[in-house]
Ligand binder design. Structure first.
Ligand code: NDP
Length: 331
């Protein structure tokens, strides 16, 4: 059988080694389904995993990649048949389980979502964990009653994967969106996604007063640190902010004042261990509510052999939009 091309992390005494390797069938490990991986992508967390900036990889050796989309080629599961198109987001991929940077993946059917009919495997990776997390964030805002008539919604880290999809989704759902970015040269692009207003992230990224003039009915934050603290201080009465990320930092030097005086809510969003019904709901809502005609302008093709090099680049903020990595015929 032909070798299986993969990007593999191996933990050594000297640190984490990340190498392209040709695997054999026995290297694929256990699982009740096999997937011919068609596309994968590059997320901020993949950059963290590849560089070991945060110890994401907890098993060795391990196939990297938190996302993949492909077609089932073998199944001992009642859930999937050969030919079903599936997507994997997180659930321990690239942490304790093999991930999507491989031509073939053997895994547990419990981790896979059947792709909605009209979403292609390529589109699924243009969306990726970042877009699925943006959807989870919007679902959380909706559940707390944030409707478009409540006022402006801020999206931080706007030109990133979570940010761009959050802007597209919110705009399509009728919200008035303000995008916060460090790349003002992307203003026209962010407006083309649906942002009504674009502000510089410097307005939010330095330490600020614990209570500030109210500006936002809600916010989707992927930056953390001072950005999130300032957003909390600027939320309207009953305002809501979702927090999924740490692009600025993991710290949160805020006070309880916005909670106690303005009844605001801070909602965590975790995509990795989201339960299956929520994942299915998110992908179904992505099918219904994401303007997929914009995915081309949000994504670019990244050859598999350049994936390793791109890991540090996403951490340095040098990647714009979503990388789509084709895993078809690597060898
Ligand atoms: P990207 O790298 O695509 O985007 C992050 C964006 O944040 C950048 O494009 C940039 O936007 C902004 N940014 C970068 N550095 C800074 C900084 N120092 N201060 C303020 N803003 C900054 O990453 P993703 O969108 O994929 O992920 C965003 C965050 O969310 C990451 O921390 C990631 O780990 C996390 N995440 C968490 C998930 C979860 O399950 N909780 C799932 C997915 C992502 P701009 O240039 O427009 O300013």
């Amino acid at each position: 059988m032909a070798a299986i091309r993969a990007l593999v992390a191996t933990r050594r005494d000297s640190g984490l080694e990340v190498d392209y390797r040709d695997l054999s069938d026995s290297d694929l490990g256990e699982g009740d389904v096999e997937v011919a991986v068609e596309y994968t992508t590059l997320n901020f967390k993949d950059g963290l995993a590849m560089t070991d900036a945060i110890p994401i990889v907890q098993k060795s050796p391990l196939i990297l990649g938190i996302d993949m989309a492909g077609t089932i080629t073998a199944s001992d599961s009642n859930k999937f048949r050969v030919g079903d198109r599936v997507v994997l987001n997180g659930y321990g991929a690239s942490e304790t389980r093999n991930g999507g940077y491989t031509e073939r993946l053997r895994t547990s059917s419990d981790l896979l979502v059947k792709l909605p009919q009209s979403i292609s495997t390529r589109e699924a990776m243009a969306i990726g964990t970042a877009g699925y997390t943006a959807m989870l964030s919007v679902l959380r805002l909706e559940r707390l009653g944030i409707s478009p008539d409540r006022g402006d919604v801020l999206v931080t880290g706007a030109s990133g994967g979570v940010g761009t999809t959050a802007i597209s989704l919110l705009a399509k759902l009728g919200y008035r969106v303000t995008a916060s970015t460090g790349r003002m040269e992307e203003e026209a692009f962010l407006k083309s996604l649906g942002a009504k207003q674009v502000i510089h992230r410097d307005e939010l990224s330095s330490p600020g007063d614990p209570m500030q003039s109210t500006r936002w009915a809600a916010a989707v934050d992927s930056c953390g640190s001072h950005t999130l603290a300032n957003v909390l201080a600027q939320l309207d009465y009953n305002g809501v902010v979702t927090a999924c990320g740490l692009a600025q930092g993991t710290d949160l030097a805020a006070t309880v004042l916005p909670f106690a005086l303005r009844n605001v809510s801070l909602l965590g969003v975790d995509s990795v261990n989201a339960p299956m019904p929520l994942r299915e709901q998110a992908w179904s809502r992505l099918e219904a509510d994401l303007d997929r005609s914009k995915l081309d302008s949000l994504s670019f093709d990244l050859p598999f052999d350049q994936l390793k090099k791109a890991g540090p680049e996403i951490l340095a903020g040098k990647i714009r939009g979503r990388a789509i990595v084709s895993m078809r015929s690597q060898s």
